[in-house]
Design a protein around this ligand. Sequence first.
Ligand SMILES: Nc1nc2c(ncn2[C@@H]2O[C@H](COP(=O)(O)OP(=O)(O)O[C@H]3O[C@H](CO)[C@@H](O)[C@H](O)[C@@H]3O)[C@@H](O)[C@H]2O)c(=O)[nH]1
Length: 423
Amino acid sequence: MPLKAVILIGGPQKGTRFRPLSFEVPKPLFPVAGVPMVQHHIEACAKVPGMKEILLMGFYQPNEALSRFLVSAQQEFKVPIRYLQEYAALGTGGGIYHFRDQILSGGAEAFFVLNADVCSEFPLQEMLEFRQQHGDVHSFVILGTTANRTQALNYGCIVANAGTQEVQHYVEKPSTFVSEIINCGIYLFTPAIFQHIGEVFQRNQQELALEESSNGWQRAEVIRLEQDVFTALAGSGKLYVYKTDGFWSQIKSAGSAIYASRLYLNQYSKSHPERLAQNKPGGPVIRGNVYIHPTASIDSTAVLGPNVSIGEGVTVGAGVRVRESIVLHGASLHDHTCVLNTIVGWDSTIGRWARVEGTPSDPNPNDPYAKIDSETLFRDGRLTPSITILGCSVTIPAEVVILNSIVLPHKELSRSYKNQIIL
Ligand SMILES: Nc1nc2c(ncn2[C@@H]2O[C@H](COP(=O)(O)OP(=O)(O)O[C@H]3O[C@H](CO)[C@@H](O)[C@H](O)[C@@H]3O)[C@@H](O)[C@H]2O)c(=O)[nH]1
């Protein structure tokens, strides 16, 4: 069956919780477990038999980093990959409606839509099989997972028929409890979805025609898949939920990128064992799952892991300790530095014996359904302790301690800092 996939990558003003990291590279290209965030999506889509094309859709200005990524991903996964740029943020449903002809070109009978800012096992084949078995082949499928009662409120909530899994109610980010089954932001649609989105478009247009406004047509094109389409489809016999027990997490904040890295590194032991560093004579000590880019230079007395990703051209000196961290390309960790729960930005330097440490925001390990909280930066007017982030080209002097801080790009620090945003 000819299939396509659309990955919703959003645009620049979103992803503010990702600052200062999103200054340098669009968030969808931020490396998670050693590869750009959306490469995990692309790899999963490319594996599905019949996948004809993968479309990245967003309102980023196409830039060199994005184009280079698309070219290399096409070669690696042997499937056409294109970027479709929205002229403005059209919402999660507006973009796919605007570009519907491109999505359906070549006779696609069904297509996946995936939010870029999630990490998952992407059980796409299972979603196809589920649709085959339940409902009819014309139905739409949402990937769902279980959350705890409080955290569910931060997601789209789904009430489904226990037998058929047909969606009966859909409420986006409800203010009171609706269901523990949440929307993972991964969907399987048929071309018929465009009739439903089209109805919303027409209604928007009629409503806006009554207002005096010159950009009415443009605003009618802004459509939210969740509130505008799913809520209306619930109970109509067309929308189903396929529940997964596989790993899944949102990637909203920088802290959740470290958590997502851990989930993907874990998966590598099955899917990409070659990407996991091994303990070798004369090599650094590896604890748990660690990714090291082949061009990185690591001293044999360094101790790395668990959950560490080391980028291209990074140098790690003698006696360095790194745990639960992402070190981006070109960074340099001088002898005996200690880096914990931190993202070290591109080309940053940490002086010898310095300690750079953050506080993890991991989900409660005693609750199997807990998700990571991508909380706001401030609570009660204070910076909440979270992972430490060094923007690109930051210089940390020798022998200082940087704790729970966010350092903006190109800063040269001269002393220790604790719980601060360093502008
Ligand atoms: N192309 C494009 N993409 C967009 C736009 N707006 C958002 N996106 C992309 O769509 C995805 C969803 O983003 P949000 O609109 O910020 O929603 P959310 O708070 O992440 O919630 C959504 O995802 C949850 C799962 O992670 C769901 O639980 C929830 O129901 C909803 O679908 C992200 O990958 C984002 O980049 C847009 O105008 N255009």
